[in-house]
Design a binder for this molecule. Structure first.
Ligand SMILES: Nc1ncnc2c1ncn2[C@@H]1O[C@H](COP(=O)(O)OP(=O)(O)OP(=O)(O)O)[C@@H](O)[C@H]1O
Ligand SMILES: [Mg+2]
Length: 368
């Protein structure tokens, strides 16, 4: 497959195993978000792809070529970090041109007689810089220096510089974490636009799940140096592979309640029928997202302990038996502390996990 293939990459620092055999592919034109908590090994994996670090085992393949031992400059990878470094003494135009000038210089070292084409080369570089600057809104800023730019503008210059060579693989490691909340939202759109324009295989590191879910074609969820699931945003949310992914994705977090499958396959929650059946037996965990609860007659009694008004909803902290549960209700719902709400859930949206944590298929028998 062209694009980027990471195959069983392992890495330890001293006695600490940081990557436990990570495999992941990104197709050309695809945007994959690598999502995981701090310290799970995201930047380590990015450095290995870029060639800044070498893996202990496994391979990195770019555009069908095994580059595991190749020099960073020979990989056709562009990378943008959180702490992008612009050259302070160069203008925006010159900063963006740096990778193009470097490429020409190395070509000239091999073919010195091309020196006579300097004028044409200069015009080609200027045209490339303007082509990338225009859609990023940098055209009016080309003659400024970094100190004369806002944080967001500097970040756009770093993005332009990274993609001006039209790399095969585009790596972004938390490129927005220095920006304020409003600027992050607009810059997200710009990054996705740049990615589409360049058509690279893009891998975008973030620990912000809303960023991952809104931007990516697929989300790769990493925990403790292992890739747990790589799937479309709606799939990691609605069909998480296991309890760890279910817990990690979704804010506020999913409700996880101890349940049990009877010998006839019916799933029970504290002795109550749930309307779900599964092929698994014994202890299970039932997962219900806060928005999947339904309040209505015939439900189980949940006592309201606290409410939070969210603007577009009401978050209700309640207690069902001795379990804390979170429900998301309509913003105008008349719910007060001390109320006992009859709650149930939408069976089509409930998740069931086996004793080993993996999600198991559960059906409403009426639909089976
Ligand atoms: N050069 C190194 N020497 C020793 N340990 C390292 C080195 N680089 C990273 N680590 C350790 O490897 C683990 C993974 O680090 P990494 O930077 O990949 O995490 P991350 O997922 O990018 O986290 P963050 O979201 O905070 O950036 C951490 O425990 C870190 O301390
Ligand atoms: Mg990192």
């Amino acid at each position: 497959m062209s694009g980027l293939v990471i195959d069983s990459v392992r890495k330890a620092f001293g006695a600490t195993q940081v990557l436990h055999g990570v495999s992941l592919s990104v197709r050309p034109g695809e945007f994959v978000a690598l999502l995981g908590p701090s310290g799970c090994g995201k930047s380590t994996l990015m450095r290995i792809i870029a060639g800044i670090d070498a893996p202990d085992a496994g391979r990195v393949i770019i555009n069908d070529r095994d580059v595991t031992r190749a020099h960073p400059g020979a990989r056709d990878v562009a990378m943008v970090f959180q702490n992008y470094a612009l050259y302070p003494h160069l203008t925006v135009r010159q900063n963006i041109a740096v990778p193009l000038v470097m490429r020409r210089l190395s070509a000239w070292q091999r073919l010195p007689f091309l020196g006579g084409f300097a004028g044409a080369a200069r015009r080609a570089i200027a045209a490339d810089v303007e082509r990338i600057a225009e859609p990023l809104g940098l055209a009016p800023l080309l003659d400024r220096r970094p100190a004369q730019l806002s944080g967001g503008q500097r970040q756009r210059v770093a993005l332009a510089r990274a993609v001006v060579r039209a790399p095969h693989v585009f790596l972004l490691d938390e490129p927005l974490s220095n920006l304020d909340a409003a600027l992050r939202v607009t810059t997200r759109r710009e990054i996705v636009d740049i990615h589409r324009r360049v058509g690279a295989a893009s891998l975008y590191v973030t620990h912000d799940q809303s960023e991952a879910l809104t931007m990516a074609d697929r989300v790769a969820v990493m925990l403790g140096g292992r890739l747990l699931q790589c799937a479309a945003p709606a799939d990691v949310y609605d069909r998480p592979a296991n309890l760890d992914v279910a817990r990690f994705i979704g804010s506020p977090a999913i409700n996880l309640l101890p349940a049990e499958a009877r010998d006839d396959g019916w799933v029970q929650l504290a002795g109550r029928a749930t309307g779900l059946a599964t092929a698994a037996r014994g202890p299970l965990t039932l997962g219900v997202r806060p928005e999947a609860w339904r309040i209505g007659a015939g439900g189980w009694p949940a006592r309201v302990e606290h409410t939070e008004f969210l603007g577009d909803g009401l978050l209700v902290h309640a207690r069902l038996d001795d379990h804390a549960v979170l429900l998301r209700a309509e913003p105008d719902a008349r719910i007060a502390v001390g109320d006992v709400l009859p709650i149930g859930f939408d069976p089509a949206r409930a998740l069931v996990f086996g004793a080993d944590g993996a999600r198991v298929a559960a059906v409403e028998p009426a639909h089976a």
